[in-house]
Ligand binder design. Structure first.
Ligand code: BG6
Length: 493
């Protein structure tokens, strides 16, 4: 694997004078991507297809790929996994280039798999001695295993310029996230740690920034003087899909709201950054989250809701009651639909609810942010019909933009009517994982979650989870395939 002591392209570091592993590396490219948990489901389903798209698009020249996992996989089994996960990117079309496809084939041919117990003292360190650096060490592992692996790693075990890539969930509470942050900080500097939230790799994030910060018209009214509420909705028809081992402990709140939806909320609410540099953008995100809390008065029963699906049907598919799904323990009290009302307690947003909602087994996929503007201060007397609020919808896939406006009605120009202006926003042909990995490999943490932000996200939702656990908020029900409990109206209803 190794070409030994090549010079470290990242050695022109200017801060943190620790071991070479601690050398910050603006612009330094990763040579080897090591996936820990390579035989796991996440690697095959999401990570490798993202890697493949990235390489096939020509954006990861000269990368090597090494897999390591607990299972004793023969070389052929790893190759089979790569063949399956790379298939889409190898097909002509999309963002793949001829040179990129050739590169991907070489990466596959040279890629190796190693059986490795990362929790065995010294094992990961010894393994890394044979890997050509700089290395991106991707922990596609359950958080407790990643924590243990990092605890027993020593700084000196890491090749110069190593980047640590951590999958969600990042800890399971403020305290455990702090612990994990402290463990990682012993190994590499903060800007070498990539906490993955693949929603940051969706085109949505950059689209929201472009829309907000390149249009004077919008940013001018983007505050509590003009906006009544912001909804961020991620409703999925997907059900448990055999993920009870994880999901029955996470539920919709931890799975989606604690991570993905709070990140999107922060992008919707952030102050305009001076540049798209990671320092500026991530500091703006952090400032929003630091100012945020669920509810305003501590009454979480007023500001949060939870529900669980019962038997039903989605399209033609019969879906069992969640509690009858394999591996589910009713004692866990897991919600499959969650909604929280977050307030960003600063000058711009005081009093404006950000309603974050996500659930499984819903009748229709609905993935969008909806900004509802306040009514006009005075509608000229004489207009007939309803003065409906101006609404802006930003779709998260497909990437769309819709503006609902009132105009003069057809037939009678004194009547108000409704029109929708629609636009398709651009999307990146790289998958979200490809986009996030692009940042990892090119040493840019812009689309990775910063340590303080990971802790803030837990701080915001922890009181809600405690109130739910204490049954202070009732567990409602909805039939699989419905749009949620009937009483849960949203802007689209
Ligand atoms: C994952 C959640 O992080 O995001 C899943 O664990 C969810 O439950 C998924 O379905 C949604 O992301 P995407 O990219 O599939 O829309």
């Amino acid at each position: 694997m190794k070409t030994s002591s090549e010079s470290d392209p990242q050695s022109t570091a200017t801060h943190d004078a620790g071991s070479p592993a601690n050398a910050p590396s603006p612009g330094g490219r990763i040579k080897t991507l090591v996936i820990l948990g390579a035989s796991g489901d996440l690697t095959g389903r999401l990570l490798l297809p993202g890697v493949a798209r990235l390489i096939a698009s020509g954006r990861a020249p000269g990368l090597r790929l090494v897999g390591a996992g607990n299972d004793a996989w023969p070389a052929q089994q790893w190759q089979d996994r790569l063949t399956e996960s790379f298939a889409d990117a190898l097909a002509p079309g999309g963002a793949s280039t001829e040179a990129g496809i050739a590169e991907l084939k070489t990466v596959q041919k040279d890629s190796t798999y190693h059986q490795l117990d990362v929790t065995a003292k010294g094992a990961l360190g010894a393994f890394l001695k044979d890997v050509e650096g700089p290395v991106a060490l991707y922990f596609a592992l359950p958080p407790a295993v990643s924590q243990k692996a990092c605890e027993i790693l020593a700084k000196k075990d890491l090749p110069a310029g190593t980047r640590l890539v951590m999958e969600k969930p990042f800890g399971s509470s403020t305290e455990s996230a702090q612990e994990l942050n402290a463990t990682l900080a012993r190994l590499v500097p903060e800007d070498h740690i990539h906490r993955v939230d693949h929603f940051l790799g969706k085109s949505t994030v950059l689209n929201i920034m472009g829309l907000r910060f390149a249009n004077r018209l919008l940013e001018h009214s983007w505050n509590g003087d003009h906006i009544e509420k912001v909804e961020i909705v991620f409703d999925e028809p997907l059900t448990l899909e055999n993920r009870a081992r994880y999901y029955d402990h996470a539920g919709a709140g931890r799975d989606m709201i604690q991570s993905h939806l709070l990140q999107i909320m922060a992008i919707m609410a952030m102050e305009p950054p001076a540049t798209l540099d990671e320092h500026d953008v991530r500091s703006s995100i952090a400032a929003v989250l630091r100012a945020s809390s669920v509810g305003r008065d501590g009454d979480l029963a007023q500001h949060t809701r939870r529900a669980r699906y019962t038997a039903g049907a989605i399209a033609e598919r019969a879906v069992p009651n969640y509690l009858d799904e394999e591996g589910v323990d009713p004692a866990n009290g897991t919600e499959t639909l969650a909604e929280v009302e977050v307030f960003v307690n600063n000058w711009r947003w005081a009093g404006v609810p950000f309603i974050l909602r996500s659930g499984k087994a819903l009748g229709r996929a609905r993935k969008e942010a909806v900004v509802t503007f306040k009514p006009v201060p005075h509608l000229p007397i004489g207009f007939k019909g309803t003065d409906s609020p101006t609404r802006l919808h930003i779709g998260f896939g497909p990437e769309t933009l819709t503006l609902d406006l009132d105009v003069n009605g057809p037939g009678d120009l004194f009547t108000l009517d409704r029109v929708q202006l629609n636009a398709k926003l651009s999307s990146d042909p790289l998958l979200p994982y490809g986009e996030v990995l692009d940042g990892v490999l090119s040493a840019d943490p812009l689309l990775s979650v910063r340590g303080d932000t990971a802790e803030e996200c837990w701080r915001i939702v922890e009181p809600t989870f405690a109130a739910w656990k204490a049954n202070e908020v009732p567990m409602e029900e909805y039939a699989a395939g419905s749009m949620g409990p009937e009483t849960w109206a949203t802007s689209n209803d």
